[in-house]
Write a protein that binds this ligand. Structure first.
Ligand code: DGL
Length: 258
């Protein structure tokens, strides 16, 4: 069996995981699928989202002929990973907020979680916190405006520093905070901007490298060297096509949901 590894997100966030995959699996061909027509996912209703994620991923797996799927989206993974594994015939690797590694690194035992409003409130996330950061204070910050800023950045526009500062302003009160989890794959794309806008110095932790490692383990027996480097989108957008080509997806195609 041969084909690319398919990376899925609502928008450009999965490109932060693509960067890790390209570093760790340099010979693997990748394909990318995003549901830009319905972005952002983080403020949508759960039942609707599960149906939508299944429909888009099923269509993208067939269209790309992939050997495996990386769900490079915390909002989708914390909700629909089991349903995806039940429905799809290829292996599925998910993304969850890096609470465990962050708790392992924190010296002050106060960590933060920066994610979409959906992810910060999910039972899955609360379980992760209970299980792996039980002895930490964990402050959750819903940061949906950063999704839009990351989309702008990949499309070639500068993120708005006022939006970044406003979104990170709760950090000013957290005197002991030493580690911040980037629990949305869009956010590592803004890392330098976030460091500059944050009211205090912290360690920023994301899941990109761990996901790439896991994908390498799960898909290693399959031939992912062949395949086309195509970006699949649900709405045509020149800016998005340009952004995708910057990450190696030189061909953009419209995904048909049947
Ligand atoms: N990149 C997605 C994540 O990791 C969410 C972006 C969105 O709200 O659509 O959660």
């Amino acid at each position: 069996m041969a084909g690319p590894i398919l990376v899925f997100d609502s928008g450009v966030g999965g490109l932060s995981v693509v960067a890790s995959l390209r570093r760790q699996l340099p010979d693997a061909a990748l394909a990318y699928a995003c549901d830009n027509a319905m972005l952002p996912y983080g403020v949508r209703d759960d039942d609707w989202l599960v149906e939508r994620i299944l429909a888009v991923c099923e269509a993208a797996v067939v269209a790309s002929g992939c050997i495996g799927l990386v769900v490079a989206c915390n909002t989708a993974s914390t909700l629909a990973l089991e349903a995806l594994r039940e429905h799809l015939a290829v292996p599925v690797v998910g993304t969850v907020p890096a609470i465990k590694p962050a708790a392992g690194m924190s010296e002050t035992r106060h960590i933060g979680l920066l994610a979409t409003s959906a992810t910060v409130a999910r039972p899955y996330t609360l379980r992760l916190i209970r299980e792996f950061a039980g002895d930490c204070q964990v402050t959750r910050i819903a940061a949906d405006p950063l999704v839009v800023e990351a989309e702008r950045w990949v499309a070639g526009e500068r993120p708005d520093p006022d939006v970044l500062r406003r979104t990170l302003s709760p950090m000013a009160e957290m005197v002991n905070l030493d580690t911040m989890v980037l629990g949305c794959t869009h956010f590592p794309l803004l890392r330098d901007w976030l460091v500059a806008a944050a009211p205090r110095r912290v360690r920023w932790v994301d899941s990109g490298d761990a996901i790439a490692r896991r994908a390498g383990q799960v898909m290693t027996d399959r031939d992912c060297r062949q395949g086309r480097e195509t970006g699949w989108v649900t709405a045509p957008s020149e800016a998005l096509s340009r952004g995708l080509s910057g990450f190696g997806f030189t061909e953009t195609r419209l995904l048909s949901l049947g």
